[in-house]
Design a protein around this ligand. Structure first.
Ligand code: GPQ
Length: 837
């Protein structure tokens, strides 16, 4: 407050405060000014990268003007805000999105043409912001887009990794990881060197009685690391709301950097301290659906939670309200258990710093937090060892024990003498060493727990969190089915389809209310419309075919059926089922005469995705796909009938090319393992059909678009346990057609067979945990049905259009409104001057 300009001196500010460009001429002026002054370049020295930078800076200026207004509006409105805490934000590129969301892409396109550039080339200069692994991080990014588009007062909080997810290269069929240093030039962030928080680690807890006889608990000594805020604007679509994504960067605290060491010649050790601090935000852990319990990861989690909580509390305190109003002003959503320490940190602030009594403080905490679970896979459920927390965060460990005691006493009162129940729900697992079960802590510290698709939300209630349903009753648990933003995943990725839809619906309102897509149903028999629909898909396939040729050297026929599976490589997602199916198809094709082969529907099997660097089995799957591709793509007998492509370095910007170009995409996880999936929604929204298991959101997609428009196969989730049991104790035989595939691999057809031994043994000898053999037959037969259906293009396009028309439910706008109503209890902030998109 003391830093604001006095009222009587604000006239000059108002007069000169920038308004941002609106016309093509103003845009060009801004771009040239940035290129010549901010970047110190000239028209004699302006490549596409410089033009990208100038364009981005011009748009950033515009966004930051609206950002400032949004923040002021939100502060004055004094409404409840939602804070979304996520260790991952997989944002992808920002420029195209900014252009479309503020409705100035047309202006930029013409302006750039005047300056000698094509807008597509400029957009593709941008390096993806790849601060995430996969679905969980991309969901956070879609949520930010919806929160801003719906005018919710919302902040994202995360870490500013210097290295995002690694870049993947394929060498001799193997994945190689290249560091992704992405901050060389990032025009989208604002360093806030004045917004810092000192975060403490290690040390010890001092409990004593002060002079006035009061019990004091103080966490002392240890080391301090400074968190500096970096803000990125998040523009809403067709609204002046620009929200904030605040990412924290670590450096040695100035109080900590030891100048005496520095001066006494211990230069190296002083620098080492500095580097140790900077290491905290250096790199994103590249694991998807896996937690490995590394100390540095725990440091990242606390560093980010402590800085964010401090920031939130600081903002709340400025309102001058009392603590019991905190949950009316603040909602915090935990994206998985990664930010669970925020619960403990808020309790610590309230007890140790603000002097509140335990029950009162705990009531505030639980009213504030909500927790989203994203997996039931046991290897992904976070547990931290007690000795590790004891050492790094001694006060927090005490509080975790007290939270547990307080909780277990409650349970004991309601279920006296049920000692089994007590030990089952205890936040502390009595193992050696003892472990803190983070999901349990998150449940106990939140007022709502949600899963991300109906099946998943049912499963968490009946399996991993069953006992908590007993303790709390079913109402604490709820479902919010995931969604995707139609702005990026339809309008931006597939502009021609978006335009065609708009031409039938009389405008782009569907981008803000996706249920309007159902107005497409009357056009399902419109011949010209269908033709155009099919042409757009074809053009998107041509574009992908060009990308494939450029990046792999393989030429594919865009008339072939494009069959796509792009996602992180994981045994539960079953890329191995897909590639075994491809090998089986190859065997079948080889058994046909040349005449017969001509009648087969030609197919291109496209794979993409990263394996965690330490996930050996996933890397083996990538290797097999690449080796199979080498053989099949070079078999002259096969020609166009089958091609197998592995696309390197799958990421958000590549997804924007791949998703609009699929005929069929594969979502074939073992039933009950994929919490939701979100790419399934993206593919269908772009007119692709799906082959899938009855898992995650596939089930709800089927319900919405109709059973006749999706290719389902495989065992049901309720049968998985029995089947697994049978693998060990029954007389289990691998599917005979799958055995043929294994025999061909073992013959050395795809190179050194020993490289793939483990992949086969997992199925033939180690219990086939993911039920590949059980589902192989129905998978194959369903693929055959797809071939048949694809031959009838008329019918295929009908399915495609019908599906898109019924996808309205899967917008992340619906999803965010559900969170707002049922978990956060927040309202959008009225915006006076809604802009036309
Ligand atoms: N998900 Cl626990 C991830 O991407 N990474 C993770 O570490 C965990 C979950 C995914 C999940 O596998 C998908 O089924 C979901 O659609 C996605 O989160 C978003 O909820």
């Amino acid at each position: 407050v003391e830093s604001s300009i006095p009222e009587h001196m604000r006239e000059a500010w108002r007069k000169y405060s920038p308004q941002g460009f609106k016309t093509k001429d103003e845009f060009e002026g801004e771009v040239v000014r940035h290129i010549e002054t901010t970047l110190a370049r000239s028209l004699f020295n302006c490549d596409e990268l410089a033009a990208y930078s100038g364009t981005s800076l011009a748009f950033r200026d515009r966004l930051i003007i609206d950002w400032n207004k949004t923040q002021q509006r939100q502060t004055f409105a004094d409404q409840k805000r939602i804070y979304y805490l996520s260790l991952e934000f997989l944002m992808g590129r920002a420029l195209d999105n900014a252009m479309l969301n503020v409705g100035l892409k047309g202006v930029a396109k013409e302006g750039l043409e005047d300056l000698g550039f094509r807008v597509e080339d400029i957009i593709s200069q941008e390096h993806d912001a790849a601060l995430g692994n996969g679905g969980l991080g991309r969901l956070a990014a879609c949520f930010l887009d919806s929160l801003a588009s719906l005018n919710y007062p919302a902040w994202g909080y995360g870490l500013r990794y210097r290295y995002g997810i690694f870049k993947q290269e394929i060498e001799n069929g193997y994945q190689v990881e290249i560091p992704d240093y992405w901050l060389d030039f990032n025009p989208w962030e604002f360093p806030r060197h004045d917004v810092t928080v000192d975060v403490q680690f290690y040390g010890w807890v001092n409990k004593y009685t002060d002079d006035e006889g009061k019990q004091v608990v103080s966490w002392q000594d240890g080391e301090l690391v400074t968190a500096t805020a970096y803000d990125a604007p998040v523009p809403g679509y067709g609204t002046p709301t620009v929200n904030n994504l605040r990412l924290w960067s670590s450096k040695a605290s100035s109080g900590e950097f030891d100048f005496s060491k520095f001066n006494s010649g211990e230069y190296e050790s002083a620098v080492a301290d500095q580097q140790r601090a900077e290491t905290i935000s250096a790199v994103l852990y590249p694991n998807d659906n896996l937690e490995r319990g590394k100390e540095l990861r725990l440091k990242q989690q606390y560093f980010w939670c402590a800085a964010s909580l401090h920031d939130i509390v600081r903002r709340f305190k400025k309102t001058g309200r009392t603590w019991d109003e905190f949950p009316d002003q603040v909602a915090i959503q935990l994206n998985d258990t990664h930010p669970t320490l925020a619960i403990v940190e808020l309790q610590r602030i309230l007890i140790d710093k603000e002097g509140l009594e335990w029950p009162k403080a705990w009531d505030i905490v639980t009213k504030t937090f909500g927790y989203t679970n994203h997996t039931v896979l046991p290897e992904a459920l976070e547990k931290w060892s007690v000795p590790l927390i004891q050492n790094l965060l001694p006060r927090h460990l005490q509080l975790i024990y007290e939270i547990n005691l307080y909780f277990l006493q409650q349970v004991e009162r309601r279920f006296p003498k049920d000692r089994d129940l007590l030990s089952r729900v205890s936040i502390i697992e009595e193992s050696t060493p003892k472990m803190v079960r983070m999901a349990y802590l998150a449940i106990v510290g939140s007022h709502k727990v949600n899963g991300v698709a109906e099946l998943h939300s049912d499963l968490i209630k009946t399996t991993i969190f069953k006992d908590f349903v007993t303790v709390y009753g079913p109402d604490k648990f709820t479902n919010v089915t995931n969604g995707i933003t139609p702005r990026r995943w339809l309008h931006q990725a597939n502009p021609r389809l978006s335009e065609l839809i708009a031409s039938k619906l009389g405008g782009y309102d569907f981008l803000k209310d996706l249920t309007l897509l159902n107005k497409l149903e009357p056009f399902i028999d419109d011949k010209d419309f269908k033709k155009e629909w099919a042409e757009i898909k074809y053009a998107n396939k041509v574009r992908l075919a060009q990308h494939i040729l450029k990046t792999t050297g393989v030429s594919v026929n865009p008339k072939a059926l494009f069959d796509v599976q792009v996602k992180r490589i994981h045994e539960y997602k079953r890329q191995q089922l897909n590639i075994f199916g491809v090998i089986h198809r190859y065997i079948t094709l080889k058994g046909l005469s040349a005449e017969e082969r001509k009648k087969v529907a030609p197919r291109v099997s496209i794979f993409g995705g990263k394996a965690a660097p330490g996930y050996w089995m996933a890397k083996t799957i990538i290797h097999l796909i690449n080796k199979v591709g080498e053989v099949i793509n070079n078999d002259p007998e096969i020609g166009d009938a089958l091609k197998v492509i592995f696309l390197e370095d799958y990421n958000v910007s590549k997804a924007e090319i791949i998703v609009p170009a699929s005929d069929i995409s594969e979502h074939i996880s073992t039933a009950g393992t994929e919490a939701s999936g979100t790419s399934n929604m993206k593919f269908v929204l772009n007119g692709g059909l799906v082959i899938g298991t009855l898992d995650g959101a596939n089930i709800e997609i089927t319900r919405e678009i109709g059973e006749q428009n999706i290719f389902l196969f495989g065992n049901l989730s309720e049968d998985v346990e029995d089947l697994r049991h049978h693998h060990f104790y029954g007389n289990y035989q691998v599917d005979s057609e799958l055995q043929k595939v294994f025999d061909l691999i073992k013959s050395g057809k795809f190179g050194d067979e020993s490289a793939f031994g483990a992949l086969i043994a997992a199925i033939t000898e180690h219990g086939d945990y993911y039920l590949v053999s059980d589902d192989f037959d129905s998978y194959r037969k369903t693929q055959d049905l797809i071939d048949e259906t694809f031959k009838n293009q008329e019918e295929w396009v009908t399915k495609s259009i019908t599906s898109v028309a019924r996808m309205g439910f899967f917008t992340s706008d619906r999803c965010i409104n559900e969170y707002a109503d049922t978990i956060w209890n927040i309202e959008p902030l009225a915006v006076a001057d809604e802009k036309e998109a």
